[in-house]
Design a protein around this ligand. Structure first.
Ligand SMILES: [Zn+2]
Length: 364
């Protein structure tokens, strides 16, 4: 029995922190005392413990590599008599290798994240060997993403088991990248003195809030426009988006205000509250905040925005540079070239996936 098991049993409760330090000390101890003739897994352990991911992610991966995560196959060894199949594809035996490599959910998650995984050349699949291959061939950054995915897939598997809720592969990928981004920027803030700069890239809303980014595209020669908007949660996950053509408009600012108004309408329909509205049009944001908009040519739109603002409990309207508003911009361009209104809920359309991933990978 390893000391990790001992720690598990004595306390009756799994303590991430203690197991983390035990594992780390064991492995780092071996690593430091043994020479190159020793452990063939050294490159794996070294890369694992040096990775810039939260400690609980490291320990989850360490347990998976050592095949001590309580998968159903593992539990059978401890006398478990229940079903042993995978909770997602329901046919295969739930092993560590299945959960993280062979299950369609895992394959889709890795495929969505564009990590080039190493294919094991061994005749029979061993998860530990597979991880060693990744450690040897992937860059540190890519390897960290693999670790984040392992954690997110395990978390998703547990919520399927305990509360019968599961995320799509796309959502697993986005939330694990967002969490990683948040973790890295938190580390950075601890290292440097934080200097407040306007965000060059998209920033998620604070806790329990949603953010809507809106944008308008305008074609002055034809007086037509297109508006787009995307709603996301604090973890960067996608809620909904729209692309709506504007058949007649007098100015780019007007299209932008219409995008804000339509965005607020959509938030109301979805029953969302505590909202941050972000636009890359400074004039539009200024007008929304102005007390006296009667003289504005867009007074009626501004009035609608004021009313909607109270319903969705908008916490603010803020300006963001173009580079932080790329998803909404793409949608506005789509709208300009289209003649029907489009709204997507829960599942993002394919043409904005790149921009969504980009935002999650470039958190400030
Ligand atoms: Zn499966």
């Amino acid at each position: 029995m390893t000391s990790t098991d001992g720690c598990l049993k004595k306390k009756g409760q799994y303590s991430v922190k203690s197991a983390y330090w035990i594992a780390r000390e064991q492995v780092m101890g071996n690593f430091l005392t043994s020479t190159s003739s020793g452990n063939p897994y050294q490159p794996l352990w070294k890369k694992l413990w040096k990775s810039r991911v939260p400690g609980k992610v490291q320990i989850c991966a360490w347990r998976a590599i050592n095949n001590i995560l309580p998968t159903r196959q593992q539990l059978v060894h401890k006398g478990y008599l229940g079903p042993t199949n995978c909770l997602f594809c329901t046919e295969a035996l739930e092993t560590t290798g299945h959960v993280f490599c062979h299950c369609p959910t895992a394959k889709e998650t890795f495929a969505a994240s564009s990590i080039t995984l190493q294919v094991s050349s061994l005749p029979s699949f061993v998860f530990k060997e597979w991880m060693l291959d990744q450690a040897l061939h992937l860059s540190s950054d890519q390897f960290e993403k693999v670790l984040m995915h392992i954690w997110a897939l395990w978390k998703n598997r547990n919520s399927k088991l305990w509360s019968n809720t599961a995320q799509s592969a796309q959502a697993i990928m986005l939330s694990s990248f967002t969490w990683h981004g948040n973790y890295l920027s938190a580390q950075k803030v601890q290292l440097q003195d934080s200097v407040v700069k306007p965000n060059k890239h998209w920033a998620p809303p604070s806790q329990n809030r949603v953010k809507i980014n809106v944008d308008g595209a305008f074609l002055p020669s034809q007086n037509i426009g297109g508006m787009g908007g995307v709603i996301r949660r604090e973890d960067g996950s996608f809620v909904a988006c729209f692309a709506k053509p504007v058949n007649f408009s007098s100015s780019p600012k007007q299209v932008e205000l219409l995008a804000i108004k339509f965005g607020i309408d959509l938030l109301q329909q979805l029953n969302l509250q505590y909202v941050l509205v972000e636009s890359d049009c400074q004039v539009a944001i200024k007008e929304v905040y102005s007390d006296d908009f009667d003289l504005s040519e867009d007074a009626n739109i501004l009035e609608d925005i004021q009313q909607g603002k109270n319903v969705v409990q908008a916490v603010g309207f803020i300006f963001a540079p173009r580079t932080a508003n790329t998803v909404a911009h793409k949608l506005a361009v789509v709208a300009l070239e289209s003649n029907t209104d489009k709204v997507w809920i829960d599942q993002a359309p394919v043409h904005i996936l790149d921009a969504l991933y980009f935002d999650c990978n470039h958190l400030p």
